[in-house]
Design a protein around this ligand. Structure first.
Ligand SMILES: *Cc1c(COP(=O)(O)O)cnc(C)c1O
Ligand code: SF4
Length: 336
């Protein structure tokens, strides 16, 4: 079969247009929000190590002229990213030692994770995979053969997790091909998709996509990623409702981030808004200590106090598990 890059095969649907129109230039971001040009040199320096990328729909949810806006903080590069903080490294979560085949990470019992795409629709400055060597992972369908063989040979694996990058950056055609091959493996009974696109590029959620994800015999889980209640704009809420009505279980994971969501009122509103949409708060992740992200770190003691406060305010099912990824551990570790 001839190989084609999924992004080059893109049709001119709405979500591809939204992606093409995303902001990639720090100056345009600052100008769009009426922010001072004095922020530009730092933004350019930070973007040199990990590019800036912000969809227009996400930009529209920010408060103009507020350099401390919690959504802006997630995407605006700062000179703090260039600080070489002790204890912060390039592979903080030990991904490389869990790599069992090209594109396949196997850390935890019963679950294998595929780096299905090396790109995202938004570049989150705190990203735990901001230094991930995506260049070594599969791009063409035939590059997946070793991972597919490995999965077919290991009947202890029951759940396949599509991750990245963002797996929904693949076209429907490519996703359908990959899922079709995975569906042939009889011991896979659950599909999980980890994606931030329903939040940051909601027009990616279409009826054909939902059909694609739910058509096989497996139970489908979608784990989205929102950190602040203001990310749940009207278009995003609609996308989340579609996913829930489409028959999948939708969960949210958030990262505890300084200056973004490190207070009880913000987290309460986020969790409450999510459960009102039928989305369950799954994890609140302690920041992975990845180089360039130390300015986002919140002390674990603060995180524990925040969770305790959420328990006083919310039903049990609306309180996420506060977890940390410790390399070498056999599961994400609860912070207690
Ligand atoms: C986080 C992660 C998972 C999923 O862990 P859950 O606790 O089941 O959500 C699976 N594989 C890898 C490599 C991971 O990093
Ligand atoms: S969407 Fe996820 S993988 Fe992509 S940049 Fe943000 S945190 Fe990283």
């Amino acid at each position: 079969m001839p190989s084609r890059d999924p992004l080059l095969m893109a049709s001119h649907s709405d979500w591809h247009r939204s992606l093409a129109e995303a902001i990639r230039d720090p100056l345009v971001l600052l100008q769009s929000l009426g922010l001072p040009r004095s922020l530009l040199p730092a933004a350019q320096a930070g973007a040199g190590t990990f590019p800036l990328m912000v969809p227009r729909s996400y930009l529209a949810r920010m408060e103009p002229q507020n350099p401390a806006d919690p959504l802006l903080r997630q995407v605006l590069p700062l000179s703090a990213e260039l600080v070489d903080a002790a204890g912060f490294s390039h592979d903080a979560v030990g991904d490389q030692s869990a790599r069992r085949a090209p594109g396949m990470l196997h850390k935890y019992a019963g679950r294998a994770l595929l780096i299905a795409a090396g790109v995202c629709a938004i570049n989150c400055r705190y990203c735990f995979r901001r230094h991930y060597p995506y260049g070594i992972e599969p791009r063409r369908m035939e590059d997946w053969e070793p991972a597919l063989r490995e999965l077919a040979a290991d009947s202890s694996i029951h759940e396949i997790i599509l991750s990245g990058g963002d797996p929904l950056m693949l076209t429907d055609a490519r996703l359908s091909q990959l899922l079709g091959r995975l569906a042939e493996i009889p011991h896979l009974s659950r599909l999980r998709v980890h994606s931030r696109l329903p939040i940051v590029l909601p027009d990616r959620v279409t009826p054909p996509l939902i059909e694609l994800l739910t058509q096989h015999s497996w139970a489908t889980y979608m784990v989205v990623h929102a950190n602040h209640p203001r990310e749940l704009s009207e278009d995003c809420r609609l996308a989340l409702r579609h996913l829930v009505r489409g028959g999948m279980t939708v969960l949210n994971q958030a990262v505890l981030l300084r200056g973004v969501n490190d207070n009880a009122d913000t987290l309460t509103r986020l969790c409450e808004d999510l459960v009102n949409l039928g989305v369950l708060p799954y994890y609140l992740n302690q920041l992975d200590r990845v180089a360039g992200t130390s300015h986002f770190e919140v002390p674990v003691e603060t995180g524990k106090a925040l969770i305790a406060e959420l328990r006083r305010r919310l039903p049990g099912y609306a309180v996420p598990s506060y977890v940390q990824e410790i390399p070498g551990e056999l599961h994400k570790t609860p912070v207690v």
